[in-house]
Structures are given as C-alpha cells and as structure tokens.
Ligand binder design. Sequence first.
Ligand SMILES: Nc1ncnc2c1ncn2[C@@H]1O[C@H](COP(=O)(O)OP(=O)(O)OP(=O)(O)O)[C@@H](O)[C@H]1O
Ligand SMILES: [Mg+2]
Length: 214
Amino acid sequence: MGRIITFGSSKGGVGKTTLAYSMAEFLKRKGEAVCALDADPNKNLSGWLAQSQLVEGRVVQADDLVQVANAMAESHSFVLIDVPGANSTALINAIDISSLVLIPTKADLKDVVEAFRTFQHVVNAITKARRFSPRAHIPAAAVLSQVDRRATVDQAARQQLTSLGVPTMKADLGLKASINHASFAQKPAPYAAMSDDIEAIGVEALALLETFRG
Ligand SMILES: Nc1ncnc2c1ncn2[C@@H]1O[C@H](COP(=O)(O)OP(=O)(O)OP(=O)(O)O)[C@@H](O)[C@H]1O
Ligand SMILES: [Mg+2]
C-alpha cells in the first residue's frame, strides 16, 4: 500500500502547490511510482503536471478524495495530495487518510496561526483513528517556505510554532526568484533552483514516514 502525503494549510499562498510539485519530482528522481491528486478547484498542480508530464496528475473533488486516494495508493508507492488554501472538506478528508501531513508556512504570524489550525485537524484525525486502532498516528510537520535567508524572522516563526506545539521540519525552502518567475509564467517550479532544499525536506519527510511506519 502506497503512502499518502498531504500538503495542506488553511492559509492560501503559503507554498503548498510548489512543495507538492517539488516533492513529486524528488520522489520520481528516486525511482518511486508517484501520482498527484489535485483537490484545489484552481487546479494549479494539475496544470503544472499537464505541462511537464512529470507524474500522473488527477483533479479530484473533495467528496471523492478518500476513495480515489486509497485506490491510487494500491498502484503507486506515493500519492501526493494538494488542497485549497482554506479550511475545507478537502483538507480534512485528505488529512484523515494521510501517512504524513506537511504544512507549508511562510515566516509570517498569519500563516503560523493557520499552520496551528491545520495541525489541530491532524490531532482530530489521530483522535478519530485511535477509536479503532489505539496506536494510530499521523506524523505532521510545518515546513517553512519562501524563507528569506537575509532575514531572521524565520527563527521567530520557528519559536512561535514550537510554543504552539506544532512540530517543524529542520529543513526549509528558501525564497527563490526563479520559482516566482516560473509561477507568473504559469510554469512549474524549476527543480534545479531549489534541489538542495527539496532534497533536505524530502529526506526529513521520508524519515518521518519511516519513524511512524506501522
Ligand atoms: N520558495 C519560493 N520562492 C519564491 N516564490 C515562491 C516559493 N514558493 C512559492 N512561491 C510563490 O508563492 C506563490 C504561492 O505559492 P503556491 O502556489 O505554491 O502556494 P499555495 O499555498 O499552493 O497557494 P494557494 O493557496 O493559492 O493554492 C506562487 O507565486 C509561488 O511561485
Ligand atoms: Mg496551491
């Protein structure tokens, strides 16, 4: 059975789709069978995947997400889910069936607060799952995104996340002009521009999955 990874936040514009696309490329480069489900009506991820043909991408309605993701996990080692940037049914359904939830957040208090709200959905999902399986767990971590290496505000964001009890990845995704340019041209993020950051995030994500494999 493949692992399902959700890239979710109830906040818009935090880097969910960029991270989902980049992780698809990271896993594909490792030889994994990856498919991506786009549960955002804006269809950014599926648009990028249609252009690049990187991995199979499908647009999915929120109500169909659980069934489709489970079916795709039968034939793929990883199913990646991108959701809208809102507190939505898609977000909650995706978290319920995830093996891992990554919560991108910019170093901005509004984003951090929404990362906390999103993490509460993970806590709720674990509580639901434990009614049937007492050791059930869904690992989750905030991932700082669009980090300006010249500023120190990411440290403040990390402290805030810690004080809110939200686990946070050590690795983060730096702010890259080329990602912004690509997005403006409706093109996917160029892997070469961020491969070091994505590989560090990918390694940490795989370690989280291994820790909680069960
Ligand atoms: N590391 C980065 N460096 C520079 N720009 C970035 C980076 N990550 C994301 N962006 C830009 O920030 C914007 C939002 O990114 P993205 O679409 O990935 O966020 P999102 O959370 O999926 O947004 P939405 O909630 O609208 O779906 C885009 O213009 C994207 O190109
Ligand atoms: Mg998006």
